[in-house]
Design a protein around this ligand. Structure first.
Ligand code: DQA
Length: 147
């Protein structure tokens, strides 16, 4: 049976492809979803792909993933740098968690250098563009097999 991986995306990522393409690239979030679904199938994974601009919705989905998922890939976007509540929700999950950032947050403004989520993440991928989501899924296969 395919393992379910939640791929959660935070605020403003619905504007991917339109928003600051010099930083985030030209591909849309629908493109990223399609890429993730194409990669997941042969890897024996099933993707639940979601985006929200609301912190509480992301938290509710992490709670849902706590029961339903074999792993969580999350790009918390700006909540990365502010949300202890998202960290607490992830800390309530026992499955592997991989944090993804399209841009290299360490090369950008200093307020992006700290991530609350990294205190829980089993892996962090930053600066690989949207390919980072595929790298996260590849790593998730290994983490799920070892777990
Ligand atoms: C981001 C980096 C964050 O600092 C920013 O707030 C985002 C996107 C990224 O994918 O590079 O919205 O998470």
């Amino acid at each position: 049976m395919a393992k379910i991986i939640y791929v959660l995306n935070g605020p403003n990522l619905n504007l991917l492809g339109k928003r600051q393409p010099e930083i985030y690239g030209a591909q849309t979030l629908d493109d990223v979803q399609a890429m993730c679904e194409a990669a997941a199938k042969p890897a024996g994974l099933r993707i639940v792909f979601r985006q929200s601009n609301a912190e509480h919705e992301l938290i509710d989905w992490i709670h849902e993933a706590r029961e339903a998922a074999a792993g969580i890939v999350i790009n918390p976007a700006a909540y990365t740098h502010t949300s202890i509540a998202i960290l607490d929700a992830l800390n309530a999950c026992s499955c592997p968690v991989i944090e993804v950032h399209i841009s290299n947050i360490h090369k950008r403004e200093s307020f992006r250098h700290h991530s609350y989520v990294s205190a829980r993440a089993d892996a962090v991928i930053a600066g690989c563009g949207v390919e980072g989501y595929l790298l996260a899924l590849q790593r998730m296969v290994t983490l799920c097999a070892n777990g």
